[in-house]
Design a protein around this ligand. Structure first.
Ligand code: SF4
Length: 243
């Protein structure tokens, strides 16, 4: 009979741990945070900016098995920050993050970013959950509406924000027309300008300006309390790892 792994012995495939840095997107934009990036994702978005945490052939170069204690101990060696953000990949693929979140909350507030395909009970232990359903340009089909509905029910919805990356007019129309389903009653809806690794800051700001103007002319934007943001960390630091 296989030996059961205890909580404290359980190891997670960690891609990178870094910080403190500035949260560049969404509801926590500007917050000082550490990041823990987990490996593994159930999506293969056409424009994924973290393929090294998604594709098995790249994960093997960035795979460090760590226990909850080892992750927490590593973060304690960094300079201070208010938040730890669990990212990926899709951290929602990992069933057993409750112990880690408990440890981290002794020293930080804990946020998690997921595209919202898999529900985990430990979401309820977080200080903030960022759900980021992927638009048509990601080429991943319809979001998991069942999981989204579960997230938007009860107490969890009060500490959840929704962020959608927008690359083109089709993405924008989708986000605003489906907004009432994609966000439930959660407001505001954060729209984030999609960027390509080759984009200069001037190109990013031009795309941002265009998106702001398009949103201002869309009737659904008021009802959804839309906030349009650039990926500020890309403006400040580019597309490298560890920022
Ligand atoms: S959900 Fe996120 S991490 Fe996964 S493939 Fe899409 S962009 Fe990449």
């Amino acid at each position: 009979m296989p030996e059961k792994t205890s909580q404290s012995e359980r190891r997670f495939s960690v891609n990178e741990i870094f910080g403190p840095t500035m949260q560049g997107e969404g509801a926590l934009i500007g917050a000082l945070t550490h990041f823990v990036r987990f490996n593994g994702c159930d999506y293969r978005c056409a424009w994924c900016d973290s393929p090294e945490a998604v594709l098995p052939e790249l994960i093997k170069n960035h795979h460090t098995p760590m226990t909850a204690k080892e992750i927490s101990d590593k973060l304690l060696t960094f300079s201070k920050a208010c938040w730890v953000t669990l990212s990926g990949g899709n951290p929602g693929m990992h069933e057993h993050l409750r112990e880690l979140i408990g440890r981290l909350r002794c020293n930080w507030k804990v946020a998690c970013e997921t595209q919202g395909t898999i529900y985990q009970d430990w979401f309820e232990e977080l200080d903030h959950l960022v759900v980021s359903p992927k638009p048509p340009s990601a080429n991943q089909g319809a979001p998991n509406y069942h999981t989204l509905a579960k997230i938007f029910t009860g107490a969890l919805s009060k500490k959840t924000s929704v962020k959608i990356v927008v690359f083109d007019a089709v993405d924008l129309g989708w986000a605003l027309e489906q907004g009432h389903i994609l966000c439930g009653d959660v407001r505001p809806l954060y729209l984030q300008v999609g960027t390509d690794p080759t984009d200069s800051n001037e190109e990013i700001l031009n795309s941002y300006r265009e998106l702001v103007e398009q949103v201002h002319h869309h009737p659904a934007a008021i009802h959804l309390d839309v906030r349009v943001l650039p990926q500020t960390h890309k403006l400040l630091y580019g597309h490298g790892r560890g920022v």
